[in-house]
Design a binder for this molecule. Structure first.
Ligand SMILES: CC(C)(COP(=O)(O)OP(=O)(O)OC[C@H]1O[C@@H](n2cnc3c(N)ncnc32)[C@H](O)[C@@H]1OP(=O)(O)O)[C@@H](O)C(=O)NCCC(=O)NCCS
Length: 228
């Protein structure tokens, strides 16, 4: 983990592992840096085999953040976090600031996805409208035992290949390694199946949140995954 060695994983979907997580069983420990071979969704009986991607899931470093800001903008547009906000999130909880890095022969690695984890106490926030009033980095509480995941995003051209799920699964492992009590996030109508697949359950809809941004966050819901 600390030595940065990657772990080869064979395919995008591992049904046994996913169903174990759905049932709340602990997932096997994984490295903080994990490789995946991603092949994409089959769309028909005669579909050509999509190219295998080599994607490394790893914690961010300070010099990644300018590139991460571009991905953030690409995914979230006007809601994208600034470089300054990403710097604050990295400073808050470096091990939970995860990147998906596409590795291609003869090319420089490229960041194609990210998610950030921050710590919350269980009584925060009193109202989820706070979520729109304060920047996520300002909600970080080092004494918290809830891992709050924010900014999950994958570059549009590389979606549907398992990268988002791997980012979430790796973030869950960070929470387990820190012996946190639960992982929380605000999901939307599009990302909810992914989070359910990772074991999260809906706590309640957050109908008053993101009213001005329903194109980016349709049907927001609070989701939780207990870790103990
Ligand atoms: C949500 C997001 C991160 C998913 O990333 P991804 O790499 O495409 O996700 P995965 O390939 O790991 O998909 C995992 C599961 O998510 C769901 N999913 C992902 N893409 C989907 C699509 N285009 N259509 C339907 N379901 C989809 C499926 O349940 C999928 O599992 P399946 O292939 O077995 O059906 C990506 O679509 C994104 O960046 N969206 C915009 C930002 C956003 O809404 N983020 C979520 C904030 S809570």
């Amino acid at each position: 983990m600390k030595d940065g060695q990657g772990t080869a994983t064979g395919g995008r979907r591992t049904p046994g592992r996913s169903s174990a997580m759905m049932g709340g069983s602990p997932a096997p420990a994984t490295s903080a840096r994990t490789y995946m071979q991603s092949t994409g969704r089959a769309s028909g009986a005669v579909a050509a085999r999509p190219a295998v991607l080599r994607v490394l899931i790893r914690p961010a470093r300070p010099d990644d953040l300018e590139e991460a800001t571009l991905v953030e903008r690409q995914v979230w547009g006007r809601l994208g976090a600034s470089l300054n906000e990403l710097q604050r999130r990295l400073f808050a909880l470096p091990e939970a600031f995860l990147l998906a890095e596409l590795q291609r022969p003869a090319h420089s690695p490229r960041i194609v996805g990210l998610t950030n984890g921050l710590l919350w106490t269980r009584d925060f926030p009193r109202s989820y409208l706070d979520y729109e009033r304060i920047l996520p980095s300002a909600s970080h509480n080092p004494r918290g035992d809830v891992l709050y995941l924010v900014s999950l995003g994958v570059e549009p051209g590389l979606r549907g290949r398992g990268i988002g799920l791997r980012l979430v699964q790796e973030a869950i492992e960070v929470g387990r390694r820190r012996h946190l009590k639960q992982v929380r996030l605000i999901s939307n109508g599009r990302s909810r199946p992914l989070h359910e697949r990772a074991g999260f359950q809906v706590v309640r809809p957050l109908a008053r949140l993101f009213r001005q941004h329903r194109d980016l966050m349709p049907q927001p819901v609070l989701m939780e995954l207990p870790l103990v």
